[in-house]
Write a protein that binds this ligand. Structure first.
Ligand code: XLS
Ligand code: NI
Ligand code: NI
Length: 440
């Protein structure tokens, strides 16, 4: 097996004063934060599509990075990708990977042949996992790039396409189980519409739910014990995507009785496309008990599409990790870098430099989030702000002892209440966060 990155050694933690670009400044895998190591908290994953396949091709130009891994034959390239991926994971100390079926192995002449070739590659990956201990965070099926999915996959007007989708997902779940993945993702790439003039929305949503029920039933029947995830995104490539945001997806899951098996895979850039903060999406998932996993990336605030940049915004990472810690940490989920180096960052070193940037950002975010919690001022402020719910009339409302009649009587007796309100202190709280962040 050849070494693909000969001039890159295993990336070491050198600390904040290091000026070595190919070293971690903040990610120290064994450092204890709140009783767990950074490695246990962060569960970083490599994304097979961006890292092993994404060559910088965009709508205006061809690729700039060589991701052929020295092979022109598709099967040989798939295998080389595995070797290169494991080398990257090893050198970056990344324990997990995420994949689409077609990232591992492309389509061949027939579905049968495609499946056979996929089996060969997943056999090979399983061997490498045994040797190295690397794990699969989640798998998914690429049901959006082939022309057959032009009108959607599970929401296609064509029952034949639905059948093909089901067959593809069945196989992708099998591959995920074989690789020991604890997550299976549905991201509805083309599950949406371009115009309502040609769309039976009710049928499409029912069908999407039918597909997910079949996936759960089949997955459980072959021993998949992990979480199914929906990854919300409001648009792109469709004008409107059905799994718009976490709140929308919750309504869908509950309507169709899928909420016990599905959690959210929240992607930062998708949150911003839905005009939400990343933290908002995580909070909605957390308070509804469906927080699952994270696609760690960031968008450009001035661009309205999924730029999938490596996350370097410390503030967002800190607030993200604050939600993760408050949710009790990851169980089956983790932090998948659904991110790609910019088209102009095309050299092999850029792969490492961009992961280092993202991993250091989340290491810092984790430390800040833990400090926000240990510091206690924010939690105390919130507890005080809602203290009227712990005694008196507030307690009675929560305990179901006061209804409209009792509350009217209470309000009439009490008189005007606005003078009892206290300030929301937003600016003070924001300055607490700054204070904590910059004294880390
Ligand atoms: C695209 C999505 C995709 C999913 C996996 O916007 O982020 O990459 O994470 O299908
Ligand atoms: Ni994603
Ligand atoms: Ni995305």
């Amino acid at each position: 097996m050849s070494e693909y990155f000969k001039n890159i050694n295993k990336i070491k933690f050198e600390g904040r004063n290091s000026t070595e670009p190919l070293a971690f400044k903040y990610y120290d895998p064994d450092q204890l934060i709140g009783g767990k190591t950074m490695k246990e908290h962060l569960k970083f994953a490599l994304s097979w599509w961006h890292t092993m396949g994404g060559d910088g091709t965009d709508m205006f130009g061809v690729g700039t990075a060589d991701k052929t891994w020295g092979e022109s034959d598709p099967a040989a390239r798939s295998k080389a990708k595995v070797d290169a991926a494991f080398e990257i994971m090893d050198k970056l100390s990344i324990d997990y990977f995420c994949f689409h079926d077609r990232d591992l192995s492309p389509e061949y002449g027939s579905l049968a042949e495609t499946n056979e070739k996929l089996d060969e590659i997943t056999d090979y990956i399983a061997e490498k996992q045994n040797e190295t201990g690397k794990k699969c965070l989640w798998g998914t099926a690429k049901c959006f790039d082939h022309p057959r999915y032009m009108h959607g996959a599970g929401t296609s007007p064509s029952a034949d396409v639905f059948a093909f989708t089901a067959a593809q997902i069945k196989k992708a779940i099998e591959a995920t189980v074989k690789l020991g993945g604890n997550g299976y993702v549905f991201w509805g790439g083309r599950e949406g519409y371009e115009t309502l003039l040609n769309t039976d929305m009710g049928l499409e949503l029912d069908n999407m739910a039918r597909l997910m029920h079949m996936a759960v039933e089949y997955g459980r029947s072959i021993g998949f014990k992990g979480d199914f995830y929906i990854e919300p995104k409001p648009k792109e490539p469709t004008k409107h995507q059905y799994d718009f945001d976490t709140a929308t997806v919750l309504g869908f899951l509950r309507k169709y009785g899928l909420e016990k098996d599905f959690k959210m895979n929240i992607e930062a850039n998708h949150a911003t496309l839905a005009q939400h903060a990343f933290q908002h999406e995580l909070r909605v998932a957390r308070v509804n008990g469906v927080f699952g996993s994270i696609d760690a990336n960031q968008g450009d605030p001035l661009l309205g599409w999924d730029t999938d940049q490596f996350p370097t915004n410390i503030y967002d990472a800190a607030l993200c990790m604050y939600e993760v810690l408050k949710a009790g940490g990851f169980t089956n989920g983790g932090l998948n870098f659904d991110a790609k180096a910019r088209r102009g960052s095309f050299t092999p070193e850029d792969i490492f430099l961009s992961y280092i940037a993202g991993m250091d950002t989340f290491a810092l975010g984790l430390r800040i989030a833990q400090k926000m919690i240990d510091d206690g001022r924010i939690d105390q402020f919130i507890a005080d702000r809602y203290s009227s719910w712990t005694t008196g009339i507030g307690r009675d409302i929560i305990d179901g002892k006061a209804g409209f009649a009792e509350l009217e009587k209470y309000a009439l007796a009490k008189g005007e209440v606005s003078s009892s309100l206290s300030s929301g202190r937003q600016e003070m709280l924001e300055s607490y966060v700054n204070n904590i962040m910059f004294s880390i």
